[in-house]
Design a protein around this ligand. Structure first.
Ligand code: NDP
Ligand code: 2IT
Length: 446
C-alpha cells in the first residue's frame, strides 16, 4: 500500500485491539490503491480518511431480568457508519463474541455491500454480547425489549433500519418491532426481516442463501463454464444463510453433503435431508449432532474446521468470520474445489483468499456474494413505503437480477483496474466508487 498507507496506520492507531476491523479495512484499501491514483480529488477531499471512521457509534447498557429473577447486564451497540447513499442499514448480531471490533468490521463491510445492491441504503451494524442460546423465549423477549428501549431513539424508517444477523432471526425481530411500535406509537418499516403478517417481505428469509447461489452460478458459468448441476457442495453453519443456500443448491441440481454448527459438523454422503435440519435447528433449536439419530448412515464430528477436509467441488462458508484459514483453503484446493462463495461475512482469512486466488478458484467475496439478504431487506423497505406486497416470484426475480448485476459490476470493475477475475478487488472498487462520489458531491459534512 502506498497512497493509502497513512489511512491504514490511522485506523490501527485509533482502533487498537480490533483485529477484525483492521483486517476488513486493509483488504479494501489494498484494492483501492489504483482508485486513489485515478481520483486525486477524492484524496484531497479526505474520502478515504472519512469512510473508515463511523459517522456515529452508540454503545449502551442493556439490563434485563432472567427467569430466576436475577438482573443481567449486556452491552448493546449500534454503529452508524455511512449515510452517503441512503439511511443507515444493517443487521443486529447477538453472540457472546460481539465487541466493538466485530461491529466495526461488519458495519464497514456493510457500506460497500449495500452500495453494490444498487439500492439506496447506507451502512450500519449493531448487536450485543447477549447469547440467545439456552435462554427461554421470555428471557429473549425481555432482552430484546430492553435493547430496543434504548435503540428506538436512534433509529427510524428514514434514519436507520436494522435487521437480523447471527442470533437475530424472526423471533427476535418480532420482539424488537413490538417494543419500537409501542414506544413510538407508529407502524413503520423500521426493521426488516419482519413476519409475513406484519409487513415482512416474501423471500426475505430465503434471500441471503438463494442470492449466494444466484451469484455463484453466474460467476461459475461466466468464468469457468461450470454450474451447481451435479456438483458436491459443502456448506458451513446451519442457520438462516446455510439452510436456504442448501435448499437452492438442491434446486439447482447440486448435492450438499455437509453442514455444521459451532460444536461440529455432519457428513451425509447421500445428501443432507433439509427437513431434518430445519426441525432440529429452526423448530427445536438443538445441536446439529442430533441429525445422526434420524439418519444413522451420516456421521458427526466434533470441531468445526474439519468440514473443509471433506472432498467437494464447491464450498459455501456460511457460519462466521475467519472460519477458513490457510491450511483449510489448501485442503479444499488439493481436493479439487473449484469455487468458493462466502455466505458469511469475512469467513476466509486473507491468507486463505490468497490461496484461492492463486489456484484460480472462482471466489465470491462476502460483500458481493451474500448481498442478497440486505438487497431483499431493501425490497422490504420499498414494499413498506408503498404499503403493498409483491409475490414470492416477483421478489425472487428481483433478487436474482440484483445478484447477477452485482457479479457483472464487480467483474467489470476488476477488469477496468487490471485485476482480471479478482472479484475481491472488483467488489471493493464497484461498491466504493458509488459511495465515494456521493460523499464527494455532498461536501465535507460536519
Ligand atoms: P444464524 O444465527 O441463523 O446461524 C449462524 C450459524 O453459524 C449457526 O449454525 C451457528 O452455530 C454458526 N456459528 C455462529 N457463530 C459461530 C462460531 N463462532 N463458530 C462456528 N459456528 C458459528 O446466522 P445467519 O445464518 O444469519 O448468519 C451466518 C453468517 O452470514 C454471518 O456471518 C452473518 O453475518 C452472515 N450474513 C447473514 C445475513 C442474513 O440475512 N441473515 C446476510 C448476509 C450475511 P450455532 O447454532 O452453534 O450457534
Ligand atoms: O450482513 C448482512 O448483510 C445482514 N446481516 C443483513 C442486513 C440487512 O439489513 O438485511
Amino acid at each position: 500500500m502506498k497512497l493509502l498507507a497513512s489511512v491504514m496506520e490511522q485506523v490501527i492507531k485509533r482502533n487498537p485491539n480490533e483485529p477484525e476491523f483492521h483486517q476488513a479495512v486493509r483488504e479494501v484499501l489494498e484494492s483501492l490503491e489504483p482508485v486513489a491514483e485515478k481520483h486525486p480529488e477524492w484524496m484531497a477531499a479526505g474520502i478515504f480518511d472519512r469512510i473508515v471512521e463511523p459517522e456515529r457509534q452508540i454503545i449502551f447498557r442493556v439490563p434485563w431480568v432472567d427467569d430466576s429473577g436475577k438482573v443481567q447486564v449486556n452491552r448493546g451497540f449500534r454503529f452508524q457508519f455511512n449515510s452517503a447513499i441512503g439511511p443507515y442499514k444493517g443487521g443486529i448480531r447477538l453472540h457472546p463474541s460481539v465487541y466493538s471490533g466485530i461491529i466495526k468490521f461488519l458495519g464497514f463491510e456493510q457500506i460497500l455491500k449495500n452500495s453494490l445492491t444498487g439500492l439506496p441504503m447506507g451502512g450500519a451494524k449493531g448487536g450485543s454480547d447477549f447469547d440467545p442460546k439456552g435462554k427461554s423465549d421470555n428471557e429473549v423477549m425481555r432482552f430484546c425489549q430492553s435493547f430496543m428501549f434504548e435503540l428506538a431513539r436512534h433509529i427510524g424508517p428514514d434514519t436507520d433500519v436494522p435487521a437480523g444477523d447471527i442470533g437475530t432471526g424472526g423471533r427476535e425481530i418480532g420482539y424488537m418491532f413490538g417494543m419500537y411500535k409501542k414506544l413510538r406509537n407508529e407502524f413503520t418499516g423500521v426493521l426488516t426481516g419482519k413476519g409475513l403478517t406484519w409487513g415482512g417481505s416474501l423471500a426475505r428469509t430465503e434471500a441471503t442463501g438463494y442470492g449466494l447461489c444466484y451469484f455463484m452460478d453466474e460467476a461459475m458459468q461466466t468464468i469457468k463454464g461450470k454450474s451447481f448441476k451435479g456438483a458436491t457442495v459443502v456448506i458451513s453453519g446451519s442457520g438462516n444463510v446455510a439452510i436456504y443456500a442448501a435448499e437452492k443448491v438442491f434446486q439447482l441440481g447440486g448435492k450438499v453433503v455437509a453442514l455444521s454448527d459451532s460444536n461440529g459438523y455432519i457428513y451425509d454422503p447421500d445428501g443432507i435431508k433439509l427437513p431434518t435440519i430445519q426441525q432440529i435447528k429452526e423448530v427445536e433449536r438443538k445441536r446439529i449432532s442430533e441429525y445422526i439419530k434420524y439418519h444413522p448412515k451420516a456421521t458427526y464430528t466434533e470441531g468445526c474446521s474439519g468440514i473443509w477436509s471433506i472432498k467437494c467441488d464447491i464450498a459455501l462458508p456460511s457460519a462466521t468470520q475467519n472460519e477458513i484459514d490457510e491450511a483449510s483453503a489448501k485442503k479444499l484446493v488439493a481436493n479439487g474445489c473449484f469455487a468458493v462463495g462466502e455466505g458469511a461475512n469475512m469467513p476466509s482469512t486473507p491468507e486463505a483468499i490468497e490461496v484461492f486466488l492463486k489456484a484460480g478458484v472462482v471466489f465470491g467475496p462476502a460483500k458481493a456474494a451474500n448481498a442478497g439478504g440486505v438487497a431483499t431487506s431493501g425490497l422490504e423497505m420499498c414494499q413498506n413505503s408503498m404499503r403493498y406486497s409483491w409475490t414470492f416470484e416477483e421478489v425472487d426475480a428481483k433478487l436474482k437480477d440484483i445478484m447477477i448485476n452485482i457479479f457483472k459490476n464487480s467483474s467489470a470493475a476488476a477488469k477496468a483496474y487490471g485485476f482480471g477475475n479478482n472479484l475481491v478487488a472488483g467488489a471493493n472498487i464497484a461498491g466504493f466508487e458509488k459511495v465515494a462520489s456521493a460523499m464527494f458531491a455532498q461536501g465535507i459534512t460536519y
